[in-house]
Design a protein around this ligand. Structure first.
Ligand code: SF4
Length: 491
């Protein structure tokens, strides 16, 4: 694997564990127990990694606002690989996220050379209809990049913060790369940051579910979020080992820094371009901050958490604190103090026309393999199942798919099959069998040699045909109800 993950090539990423080391992606297993009612893809380890998903879990638990955002390039047929992403958007929407779906027609225009009209037709007929048929709710926003003024303006602003060398380092761009392709990259960063604009309720955690090949967009956007922000909060330590916060505001108006000083109680020192909150956060300081927030009649999304720490402090007498608990409480207070500071900083940034983006979170899912083994390729129709394939044809493709079965029935009975190498099992795991117990049973029968590929394929083919038939009926229904959805088109 090279050091550059290219979202426009179909690079085969086989060693996911390398991503953890090379790109700082954390294993999803670590956070899985914290997720309230994990999705099927999470439970089945299809989602294997994440960045900063803790903030999404916390928002789901506390009821704080958060968003899910994803995009689809309108380039061809909508297939099961797209369904995976759509399922994840819809799951987060059901968990309380405000959902944003961008149809990346600027990307299709610049990379594929498609006309706006063709992008619109593919966008609706393929992607949007399937998204709605799978359960996308009408309160989410769907937009074509070319028609969304806020995304285009933000992309232009973001363009100031990135240069050609940086894009080359991330994407491997060369002197041959056209300017519109570069603009489409800035547009995708704007897509991801858009849910945090004032018109959508301001800064909040946003998750982008992607395959690992899309990670360059996330790394670029996270970097840009920091560069765009009016303030940066740093955690520091003085020579005596006391920890404190410093809010840096290079280029921020002096009045904004003064306002910050005014709103943060306690020992705060104002410098030319930053303020230092000269206090290691303790419980009384946290409460003073909270009362300032309340006095100004501002609501904090963290009040429920603060109340839980407050109850803990009241009910636990100091002598009973074990060392670990003291540490735990300090960590909690430190984290909450940072969040309240972030809230105050975001409000002041908004008042002075600046940004306070939270770096977007992401999850990473395994790719589906091609039905014949190897990679799925849009130029080889037999390697994938489109959501618009005729149900009979879909079933035939399942029957022609590569299995993990042995050469003879005798061998199969003796050695068992290899579900990890079986495209049919993968279809069942990703899409066709909703019940975990049933799937485990199929796996067990396969490896123990009591299940034969012929009947197994027959079952998967029937399920595929049923799914496609049902999905296509729902697509037609979605077509009739399109005007009930918030969709922004190019004018
Ligand atoms: Fe795949 Fe089923 Fe054959 Fe096992 S029995 S290898 S799961 S088709």
């Amino acid at each position: 694997m090279t050091n550059t993950l290219d979202p426009w090539s179909s690079s085969d990423i086989t060693d996911y564990s390398k991503l953890f080391e090379e790109f700082g992606i954390s294993p999803f297993d670590e956070i899985l127990p914290e997720v309230p009612s994990p999705s099927t893809y999470m439970r089945r380890r299809v989602i294997f990694g994440h960045r900063d998903y803790e903030q999404i879990v916390e928002a789901m638990r506390t009821g704080a606002p958060f968003s899910v955002m994803d995009g689809f390039m309108p380039s061809g047929k909508v297939h099961l690989g797209h369904k995976m992403v759509m399922d994840q958007i819809i799951w987060h929407q059901q968990m309380g996220a405000s959902a944003f779906v961008g149809i990346a027609d600027r990307e299709a225009f610049s990379v594929r050379g498609f006309s706006w009209q063709k992008c619109r037709e593919i966008g609706i007929d393929e992607y949007i209809l399937s998204l709605i048929a799978l359960g996308f709710k009408p309160d989410g926003l769907i937009y074509f990049q070319s028609g969304c003024e806020s995304v285009k303006d933000l992309a232009f602003e973001l363009g100031v913060k990135v240069n050609f060398s940086e894009l080359s380092a991330i994407y491997g761009f060369s002197g041959e790369t056209n300017l519109s392709h570069m603009i489409s990259v800035a547009t995708q960063a704007a897509d991801i940051l858009q849910p945090q604009l004032e018109e959508f309720g301001g800064p909040k955690p946003v998750v982008v579910p992607v395959g690992p090949d899309q990670d360059p967009h996330l790394r670029l956007t996270r970097g840009l979020a920091g560069k765009m922000n009016m303030f940066r909060i740093e955690e520091r330590e003085n020579t005596n080992g006391w920890k404190y916060f410093s809010v840096r505001g290079k280029g921020a108006p002096k009045e904004a820094l003064q306002e910050l000083k005014k709103r943060i109680p306690g020992k705060v020192k104002l410098y030319e371009e930053h303020i230092d909150v000269l206090q290691t956060p303790d419980y009384p300081f946290l409460m003073r901050l909270v009362s300032e927030v309340r006095k100004a009649d501002r609501k904090s999304q963290y009040l429920a958490e603060i109340e839980s720490v407050s109850r803990f402090m009241e009910n636990t007498k100091p002598p009973e604190f074990a060392e670990y608990e003291k540490y735990f409480v300090f960590r909690k207070i430190w984290k909450l103090t940072r969040k309240i500071l972030e809230q105050i900083v975001a409000e002041i940034a908004a008042e002075f026309g600046g940004y306070a983006f939270i770096p977007p979170a992401s999850t990473y899912h395994r790719f589906m393999s091609g039905l014949q083994g190897g990679k799925m390729s849009s130029s080889v129709p037999d390697s994938y199942i489109a959501l618009t394939d005729d149900p009979k044809e879909g079933a035939k493709k399942v029957k022609r798919a590569k299995t993990g079965g042995r050469v003879t029935l005798e061998e199969q009975k003796k050695l068992g099959g290899i579900p990890e190498e079986c495209s049919v099992f993968e279809l069942m795991l990703f899409h066709l069998i909703g019940d975990d117990e049933e799937l485990l049973e199929i796996r067990q029968e396969c490896v123990s040699g009591t299940r034969m590929c012929g009947s197994c394929k027959q079952l998967a083919a029937e399920k595929m045909s049923e799914f496609l038939k049902d999905h296509q009926e729902k697509r037609e229904l979605a077509r009739e109800h399109l005007d009930e959805y918030r969709i922004i088109y190019k004018k």
